[in-house]
Write a protein that binds this ligand. Structure first.
Ligand SMILES: [Zn+2]
Length: 315
């Protein structure tokens, strides 16, 4: 199998992943399909509609929900592959999608146009602040479906959560978990105990884009570790709750390293990639050393940025 080919996997009954390699832009990114009898949920739609062709076929004539883990370009641009999905996202995600410019996406369009071919920002018709539940055993209320749609047309009046009645046998909770970005959320399948974590969890280490949410992020990861049976991160292999614990430990250690560094007056320029890594994270160093050189470099750079951003937020 070529490392440039996407990979489809059945995780277990009714739960599937589709991973898209990102080449020089980072490690592969995964979308998760939760299949219920009446509806399906695609959690993230990746880089363009071709990434969702298979999930769209699998959905058949079921109602499709799409939810975005956050608005980064590798997670939300393939929604156009679905006929008339009900698109759900955190209210901050909607705000990010509505931004007048998207420099990161424009850079990828220039450097790797094939990767984002046909990419389109489909805005959510349903937004939430803290949490919302989707019921895959029922089709959504007609008025909601009627006001779904693509593009900025649906931006005018996002509908507030009114989707579900009594809890059913196939209930998916979407819950805000900021820290990677301010708009990040996770999807929890109550039936299977599977948590699709987006970029709120990552193997070997997550990227801190919103350092002011670090303490909420750390406690959220611990809570999910106590609840989830399996974890599917946006980047990295399917894991157990230990991934959440490891990520929480990493984040806590980063906070400790930065507090110590700033108390000693260490300037931010000294926060090089290896700073603190070997001392505080021997297990991360071990997994980095077994990676291919490009991924290893990628995560060392993520760690360096994590230190710098945390230093900036906490100092
Ligand atoms: Zn990502």
């Amino acid at each position: 199998m070529s490392a440039s080919e996407p990979v489809f996997r059945r995780v277990e009954e009714g739960v599937f992943t589709y991973s898209r390699p990102l080449g020089k832009h980072g490690p592969s990114v995964a979308s998760v399909l939760f299949m219920g009898p009446e509806s399906v949920l695609a959690f993230d739609t990746l880089c363009g509609p071709r990434d969702m062709t298979l999930f769209s076929k699998m959905a058949g004539d079921r109602q499709v929900y799409v939810a975005y883990s956050h608005a980064d370009w590798d997670h939300c641009l393939g929604t156009g592959a679905f006929g008339s999905p009900v698109v759900v996202a955190h209210e901050f995600t909607r705000g990010r999608l509505l931004a007048p410019s998207h420099p990161e996406l424009e850079a990828v369009r220039r450097e790797s146009p094939d990767l984002v071919k046909g990419a389109e920002m489909v805005l959510p018709c349903l937004t939430f602040t803290s949490t919302v539940a989707l019921d895959l055993e029922r089709t959504p209320h007609l008025s909601l479906r009627a006001s779904g749609g693509k593009g900025r047309r649906s931006a005018v009046n996002p509908i507030q959560p009114v989707l579900t009645g009594e809890p059913s046998g196939r209930r998916i909770e979407l819950r805000h978990l900021p820290g990677h970005t301010a708009d990040s959320c996770v999807a929890y399948d109550v039936t299977t105990g599977i948590l699709a974590a987006g970029d709120a969890a990552e193997d070997p280490l997550p990227s801190i884009g919103d350092p002011r949410s670090l303490s909420a992020w750390i406690s959220g990861l611990r809570e999910w570790a106590a609840r989830a049976r399996r974890v599917i991160p946006g980047h990295g292999p399917v894991s157990g709750p230990e991934l959440l614990k490891r990520n929480a430990k990493y984040l806590r250690s980063v906070v400790g390293i930065i507090k110590e560094a700033s108390s000693k007056g260490t300037p931010p320029e000294s926060l090089t990639a290896e700073f603190g890594l070997e001392r505080a994270f021997p297990e991360i160093m071990t997994s980095l050393s077994s990676m291919d050189p490009r991924e290893r470099e990628f995560y060392l750079e993520v760690h360096r940025e994590n230190l710098f951003r945390t230093w900036t937020a906490l100092s």
